[in-house]
Ligand binder design. Structure first.
Ligand code: NAD
Length: 758
């Protein structure tokens, strides 16, 4: 009796999670996928022997002038669970990290239930362009009346396709406006169900085949007959829903990663420059599957990008949002008209093997898996970018780009950024709403953040007299400005975060003290000194003071943070303790401060100050307020540099420089008397002389000089630089003509504001 041949059944597929797959050798990987029933013994052997590679003969039959074949790595995207079915996804791509990224993303997605996908009916559009139509509107109506006739003719050209359940399904007619005086153009869309083929050749043949019938019906002349790659009648949607707990990554809490992904997604929504890179990443995954499965990736690319540009601007193919339970929801929608038969698919043995390995039963199923791969790639990329972004302050930068996109005027910009971040809605609509709100509140030259009793406040300052000399024990006069820094504390689950939207800062306090920036060092020393080093929190700081403009921003930040901690943790600190701690923070962040900035930032009163331990501080009372204009150069004040320059000059020529310091000190004394008698002419003269002395120390800059000239020419009684110099700000005494001075400064391209010192 002849022995019965055992029936070769493929082993059951064992899921797409293969632990430690990346650690195996290539041979071990091939064996593993065979042992799991993902490939047959035949395919196993041909993979190991390299027999699956396209032969020269086959290559020669595919394109012209063939001289060889070119290899590309094929890797496996693991962990894919799509509509409850497991897929191991072959991906052909030369770029590292793509396969690892999608596998990692698919693993997170899988733990959250995997991808769900859906697709529209897979129709390919064939276009027939008809020119010289005598009555376009009538021709359209007639073509629609003869629709069945055209569809029947198209189907008769591909009876086998019809037998498989496919064929031409629908006909649409469009009229396009006349160009250069010619008659309107009539364009037919023939919608064809090409079943498991991509269908380019099938549809082209149909379009050509019905051309003469179309001419007879329309009375025009058929010109182009070709498919469209904007395959928007063949849409795929894929979706994932990930609980935020699953997003915890590298010590970043899940909610933050989720929100970061959403913000990164919004960036791509609003900005074509970002969208291009965002979508390129998506196509990293999709193209790799298209190549591995023998599909025309140029067609896939053309369709995806044309679809991304279908609205008023090129935008993202994905969307990311938070649902009511706080889960991250990601969706992708794009046209994918791919095939598992036809074209070059059969000629390349690797393609056939890859398709068997992937295990899709139809072109539609392949398209849906590709959609899931695109979404996985985007998820992985955004998660990585968002985590980076969280560390490096991209969230507040995003708020700045949203506010810019919403069209905030320059003078309101920073305030709107603050409010957008405070609102927690980093959205264009919110920014627009807040622009309105802030515009209504804003005075002509001064915009402040509304006071909130739960927030700690630190004041900005100007130095009226005595900068630089104060470092060498001379007196200085300083006064607060109505610009403040406000801070509040929000409890969080992990880490200490410092958020300063206006200065574009959003960072997590580095564990390693050596790696901390000045602002981190400020935060860290304050927390340690207050015994709060082990608490988790977000320190939100809203500053009206421009950064590094010589207006005492850093001391004001320190004071605002200390006060916010005092309020939040009910520490009952005295004003003196707050001042001392702010001084300590200034020392850590900036080296050797005189102590004047933290004192004004704390007490918010004009003072006469002499450095020492303890410093001599005397409050100054003004009978009548003094009106100054602050001109801001926009160039960072290089205080450390100018202080160092003065020190060097002093070392070189001590008697001369000491005489200048004494001169400044004398001016400070005279200024006190002038303030007491409200002698503004004298005060202005003293300011001008003081600036001359500061100039002799070479601490001015051309911007400062320009602002000072503008102020004097427009009627300021006196003008000088304020603070460290080398950039930063200047002040002008303008009792009557402040508006004129401000306008002139603005015309010169500088920011300026009026302050009243009392
Ligand atoms: P094709 O010409 O090979 O047609 C598919 C063939 O497969 C048909 O003969 C059909 O009868 C047969 N078939 C067997 N089983 C089938 C099934 N289940 N469902 C459907 N058909 C089945 O290939 P195509 O898909 O018409 O065209 C794809 C090729 O066209 C690609 O190689 C592409 O590069 C190329 N192309 C693309 C463009 C473009 O995108 N703009 C233009 C021209 C050519």
């Amino acid at each position: 009796m002849p022995r019965k041949k055992p029936i070769q059944r493929p082993m059951p597929r064992k899921g797409s999670c293969i632990p430690a797959f990346h650690k195996l050798s290539i041979e071990e990987r091939v064996r593993t996928i065979r042992d799991r029933g993902l490939i047959s013994q035949e395919d196993y052997k041909s993979l190991l022997a390299g027999r699956n590679v396209l032969s020269l003969d086959n290559a020669g039959a595919m394109i012209e002038n063939v001289v060889g074949v070119m290899g590309l790595p094929v890797g496996l995207g693991l962990n894919f669970l799509v509509n409850g079915k497991d897929y191991v996804v072959p991906m052909a791509v030369e770029e590292p990290s793509i396969v690892a990224a999608v596998s990692y993303a698919a693993k997170t997605a899988r733990e959250a239930g995997g991808f769900t996908t859906e697709s529209t009916e897979q129709l390919l559009i064939g276009q027939i362009q008809i020119m010289d139509v005598p009555h376009p509107t009538r021709a359209r109506a007639k073509l629609l009346r003869h629709k069945e006739e055209v569809l029947n003719l198209a189907n008769s050209l591909h009876p086998r396709l019809v037998a498989r359940g496919g064929g031409a399904r629908e006909l649409e007619v469009f009229l396009f406006p006349a160009a250069s005086g010619k008659a309107e153009m009539v364009v037919i869309h023939l919608l064809v169900d090409t079943r498991d083929a991509m269908g380019a050749n099938l549809v082209n043949t149909m379009c050509e085949g019905v051309a003469s019938l179309v001419e007879t019906i329309s009375g025009g002349k058929v010109f182009l007959r070709i498919l469209s790659n904007l395959a928007d009648r063949s849409l795929v949607r894929a979706r994932i829903r990930v609980p935020h707990e699953e997003l915890t990554n590298n010590g970043f809490d899940g909610e933050q990663v989720r929100d970061g992904i959403i913000i990164a997604g919004e960036f791509a929504d609003i900005d074509p420059y970002r969208a291009a890179t965002h979508n390129k990443g998506i196509m990293n995954g999709i193209d790799a599957v298209a190549l591995a499965t023998g599909n025309d990736w140029r067609a896939v690319e053309a369709g995806a990008h044309a679809y991304a540009a279908r609205g008023s601007r090129y935008t993202s193919l994905t969307s990311w949002r938070k649902d009511d339970e706080g889960n991250l929801v990601g969706e992708i929608e794009l046209p994918l008209k791919v095939g598992i038969v036809g074209g070059s698919l059969q000629s390349n043995p690797t393609v056939a093997l890859n398709l068997r390995l992937l295990g899709v039963k139809s072109a539609r199923e392949l398209a849906e898996v590709m959609g899931a791969v695109g979404l996985a790639q985007n998820f992985a990329a955004l998660r990585a970018l968002a985590t980076e972004g969280i560390q490096h302050g991209h969230m507040t930068l995003h708020a700045r780009s949203v506010v810019s996109a919403a069209g905030a005027p320059a003078e309101l910009f920073d305030t709107v950024v603050d409010r957008v971040v405070e609102s927690g809605e980093i959205k264009i609509w919110k920014a627009r709403e807040l622009i309105q709100e802030v515009s209504l509140e804003a005075g002509p030259s001064e915009i402040t953040t509304p006071a909130d009793p739960q927030m700690g406040v630190g004041h900005g300052k100007i130095i009226l007299f005595g900068e630089h000399a104060v470092v060498y024990g001379k007196r200085a006069i300083a006064a607060p400005v109505p610009l403040a820094v406000r801070a509040r504390i929000v409890d969080t689950d992990s880490g200490v975060w410092i958020v300063m939207p206006r200065w574009g800062i959003e960072l997590r306090l580095h564990d390693d003290p050596k790696k901390r920036s000045a602002i981190e060092a400020t935060g860290a020393v304050i927390l340690e000194e207050l015994g709060l080093g082990d608490r988790h929190m977000r320190i939100e700081t809203y500053s009206e003071i421009p950064r590094a403009m010589g207006l005492g921003g850093s001391a004001a930040v320190a004071v605002a943070i200390i006060r916010a901690l005092d309020i939040h943790f009910e520490l009952a600190l005295s004003e003196e303790e707050i001042n001392l701690l702010a001084y300590r923070a200034e020392q850590v962040a900036h080296g050797t401060p005189s102590g004047i900035d933290n004192t004004v930032a704390t007490f918010g009163r004009p003072i006469l100050f002499r450095a020492g331990s303890p410093p001599e501080i005397e409050e100054i009372y003004f009978d009548k307020p003094l009106r100054f204009v602050i001109g801001i150069t926009g160039a960072e004040s290089l205080t450390a540099k100018t202080v160092a320059r003065v020190r060097k000059a002093r070392e070189k020529n001590r008697p001369v420089i000491e005489r200048i310091f004494r001169g400044i000190d004398a001016l400070t004394g005279q200024a006190l008397a002038a303030i007491k008698h409200h002698d503004l002419e004298q005060l202005g003269d003293l300011m001008n002389v003081c600036h001359g002395l500061l100039n002799s120390l070479q601490v001015s800059s051309w911007e400062l000089e320009e602002l000072i000239q503008i102020a004097r020419e427009h009627g300021a009684l006196g003008a000088k630089l304020t603070g460290g110099g080398g950039g930063g700000s200047m002040i002008a005494l303008c009792p009557e003509n402040s508006e004129k001075v401000i306008r002139a400064m603005n015309d010169g391209g500088y920011q300026a504001l009026e302050v009243s010192v009392s």
